[in-house]
Design a protein around this ligand. Structure first.
Ligand SMILES: Cc1ncc(COP(=O)(O)O)c(C=O)c1O
Length: 398
């Protein structure tokens, strides 16, 4: 017997944390942790004060509506309508306990055993894990050197069992921002085949483009095809309070409601009130955060020549991530743990984001740079450039 959880792998971030167990870091070479995308700083103080105030309200400690607080659903519908230049009603919004739960609820609402969902690779590992545990096959849509998925290649993968294509933009792990035309082409493809297009936009607040990143929501019937996922884990650093959202048709959200009611009953009331306060008060603060992240992204580009000279290649860079091809002979699965003891760097190998039968991840490493400033990025690159490990030869199978 194989249980649902036995169908998938162990949580990669926890696995990577164990590489730190026996290593002591000197004062000269402190750990640079670029393994995880979760913000390490707390939410801004004014938001924490608002949360302390919310704790005094007895309602905060009770169950709330399964699909979330009406005031937050209203506020998000208004924000989405304005930002995506489309019509989003409160009935199109469900609040979830984070973006991972949003994905899980969506898959439960649209899939059954034996169905398939197309995921571009490298993929976000929790999407793959949830599909495994749901008895749904993740069909890999391999991307090329620019990490942008190809719509014709996706079309060739659609069969009678396909229920959705799930994209992440800006992308984790690749960092790339999918062009509006790419998202439109995927939307058109999904609609033509009567399947859903799921777009996880958890990093949208850090997109380098001003204005809406795509025009999908301006389609008056967007809800027949599009399902957008979002979260406050990154935006206001409410990571531990678990608040996310699904934007979809009311019919789909009725299905989602069954999942949410059974799993968590309602999202955290405190977290939702915090998110609402953020939507009402933190636009300027969020804009400053975005600029800081964009500056860190620029720092990656500024420092890249040092690594390019050593045979590295920057495949994608944006939102919280830089995705790099390394020049070494060994697999990133073996190199990543060694980076910890050799140069005090914790980063995840590409093998954690690629299917077992796809060797491309062996040459790739993800750098989650949101928590390291310009100075640390410079140190990080100097440390990576100092590695003198054996290089891959052109005939190397990797
Ligand atoms: C693409 C993507 N989706 C979902 C999540 C999970 O977010 P949440 O904390 O809202 O569950 C992450 C977290 O890193 C992510 O990168």
């Amino acid at each position: 017997m194989t249980s649902r959880t036995q169908t998938t792998f162990a949580p990669p971030v926890m696995q990577a944390r164990r590489w730190l167990a026996d290593v002591t870091f000197s004062e000269d070479t402190p750990l640079i942790n670029v393994s995880q995308a979760a913000p390490v700083d707390p939410p801004p103080e004014a938001l924490r004060d608002a949360m302390a105030e919310a704790l005094k309200d007895p309602e905060t400690h009770l169950y709330g509506p399964v699909l979330g607080l009406p005031a937050l659903r209203d506020a998000l519908a208004a924000r989405w309508s304005a930002q995506y230049k489309g019509r989003v009603k409160p009935e199109n919004v469900a609040i979830t306990s984070g973006c991972n739960q949003a994905f899980a609820a969506t898959i439960a609402a649209i899939c059954s055993d034996g169905d398939t969902v197309i995921l571009p690779t490298p993929w976000y590992f929790n999407h793959k894990m949830w599909l495994d545990m749901s008895g749904v096959t993740a069909v890999a849509l391999k991307t090329g050197p620019d990490l942008i998925p190809d719509v014709q290649a996706a079309k060739a993968l659609i069969t009678d069992t396909t229920r959705a294509i799930a994209l992440v933009s800006p992308n984790n792990p690749g960092g790339v921002e999918y062009p509006a035309e790419t998202l439109q082409a995927f939307f058109d493809l999904a609609r033509a085949h009567g399947i859903k297009l799921i777009v996880d936009e958890i990093y949208r607040d850090f997109d380098s483009r001003d204005g809406p990143p795509h025009g999908l929501v301006s389609d008056p019937n967007w809800g027949d095809t599009l399902i957008q996922l979002y979260s406050f884990s990154k935006a206001y650093r409410l990571t531990g309070h678990r608040v996310g959202a699904i934007f979809a048709s009311p019919d789909l959200l009725s299905e989602v409601e069954k999942f949410l009611d059974t799993v968590a009953i309602c999202p955290s009331q405190l977290g939702q009130k915090a998110a609402l306060w953020g939507v009402e008060h933190l636009d300027d603060w969020l804009d400053r955060q975005r600029r800081e992240i964009l500056d860190r992204r620029a720092a990656i580009h500024d420092n890249m020549p040092l690594l390019t000279a050593k045979g590295w290649r920057l495949m994608g860079c944006g939102a919280y991530f830089a995705y790099l091809e390394h020049p070494f002979a060994a697999s990133s699965a073996d190199l990543a743990p060694k980076l910890v003891s050799a140069i005090g760097v914790l980063a995840l190998p590409g093998t954690m984001f690629t299917p077992a039968d796809d060797s491309s991840g062996e040459r790739q490493i993800r750098i989650a740079f949101a928590n390291v400033d310009r100075a640390e990025i410079t140190t990080l690159f100097a440390r990576l450039a100092s590695l003198d490990w054996p290089l891959a030869t052109p005939t190397s199978p990797a």
